[in-house]
Design a protein around this ligand. Sequence first.
Ligand code: 3PG
Length: 223
Amino acid sequence: MTETVAALLEKYAVVPAIVLEDVNQAAPLAQALISGGLPVAEVTLRTPDALDALSRMAAFPNLLTGAGTVLNVSQATEAMAAGAKFIVSPGMNVELIQWCLDKNITIIPGVCTPTEVMLAMNLGLRLVKFFPCEASGGLEMLRALRGPFPEMRYLATGGIKLEAISNYLAFHPVLAVGGTWMVKPEWLANDRFDVIEDGCRQTVEVVKDARWQIAAAARVRSQ
Ligand code: 3PG
C-alpha cells in the first residue's frame, strides 16, 4: 500500500464502523465491503470477538482495516498484532497517541471540544475523529472550529446518516465520515451480506454525486 492511510480515507470518504459479535461473519463482511466498493473498515474493539474479527478482515489485502474504540496502549498493541493498519480512539489518551506516533502508526483520536483539538494539534496531529459528531453539534460545531484551527481535518463519526453525508463532505475540513448505517446490526443479525453490499454501493453513489456537486460549485465560483 503506497498511499498513506489518510489519503486512502479521503479517497473512500466513508469509513464503515464495524461492531461484530460473531467472528464467522468477518470474512463475508470483508467481501461485502470490497464488492460494494467501500474497501475500508474500522473494526471496533467492543465485542469479545473483535480482535479475531479484525485479524480475519485484515487478511484481505484489498481491505484497509483499522481498529476502532482503542482506549489504551495495550489494546493498540493487540490490534497492531492482529493486522490493523490504523488506530481510532473515541477520545484523547496522550500515552496512546505518543506510542502510535513513535511507531509511525496512523492514530485518529477523538475530539469534540476546542481544548481537545488544541491538544491534538500540539501533539502534531492534523487528522482527528470528531466524535460523537451529531451529538456534539455536527457541521455547525465543525464550522466553528475551523476559525481557530483552519488546518485540522476530521473523520466525522457518531449519529451520521446517509442523507447527511453530502453536506459533511462538502465541508473541506471533513476528510471523511464514519458510521454504521451501511452495516446495520439487524442486517448482520440476519447474515444479510447482500444488503450490506447494496448499502455500500448506495453510499458510494452518494459520495460520487456529492463530489460532482462540490466540483460543479467550485467551477461556478471560479467563473
Ligand atoms: C463510532 O464509534 O464511530 C460509532 O459507533 C459510529 O456509529 P453510528 O454511526 O451508529 O453513530
